[in-house]
Write a protein that binds this ligand. Sequence first.
Ligand SMILES: NC(=O)c1ccc[n+]([C@@H]2O[C@H](COP(=O)([O-])OP(=O)(O)OC[C@H]3O[C@@H](n4cnc5c(N)ncnc54)[C@H](OP(=O)(O)O)[C@@H]3O)[C@@H](O)[C@H]2O)c1
Length: 220
Amino acid sequence: MPESLDFTDAAGLPLAGLTALQALRDVVGVAEGDKVFISGGAGGVGTLAIQLAVWMGAKVATTASPSGEELVRSLGAETVINYRQQRFNNLLSDYDGAFDLTGGQDLTDTFDILKRGATTASIAGIPDPPTAREMGAGLVVTTALKAASAKIRREARKKGVNYRFMFMRPSGSDLAVLAGLVDQGRLKTVTDRVFPFAQIPEAFTYLEQGHAKGKVIVQM
Ligand SMILES: NC(=O)c1ccc[n+]([C@@H]2O[C@H](COP(=O)([O-])OP(=O)(O)OC[C@H]3O[C@@H](n4cnc5c(N)ncnc54)[C@H](OP(=O)(O)O)[C@@H]3O)[C@@H](O)[C@H]2O)c1
């Protein structure tokens, strides 16, 4: 736990922070000077992903609605596209990597903006066969995921780019990296709303509406 955070704000760090760190560092392979696109930058994962990509030396473009624009800019996004009015794939090109948090058409559209050989990491798409292997899935699940993700993988291949789904994996050493960044003032958690323990159903209802800016926390 970062020394500079209380329990409420620290609760927003582990899942979203590990997801963003592992996707950008291990799957996308972000390097200094890269151009990186992150869809859905104003949410729980996106607010941390923008800051981590900037820390890795990347220039970040993201999608947000007008109510999220100021937040994502304050976290370091240089290019902010209002997803309600414009398609990012009509505006961006030659990106070194993408981190997809919204799935669907947004996921396949990231393939249009990448350089050949670059990678889209998704946490909102369909798990692919390598993910099944990492999960230790059996033959049935692996075969099912291979079939389910075939169309997306084919689209990526046609465009000369890579598609990888990822699940966050627990890691004490990665948590230490995140806590260190928070304590150095280089990473901040964004808490949207805090619900008391008795209101867990309301917290989930709010989260499921899909408009959180940062994390939704339940206080024990
Ligand atoms: N695989 C894994 O390990 C893993 C880990 C964590 C999360 N996830 C998944 O990753 C996804 C993102 O999680 P999250 O916690 O960041 O979600 P979240 O906090 O619920 O995201 C909400 C934010 O997304 C924005 N948004 C909604 N639709 C958008 C669109 N089409 N384009 C751009 N922005 C959009 C909303 O902005 P407005 O309200 O302003 O429209 C809101 O600020 C979820 O599907 C979650 O289940 C997977």
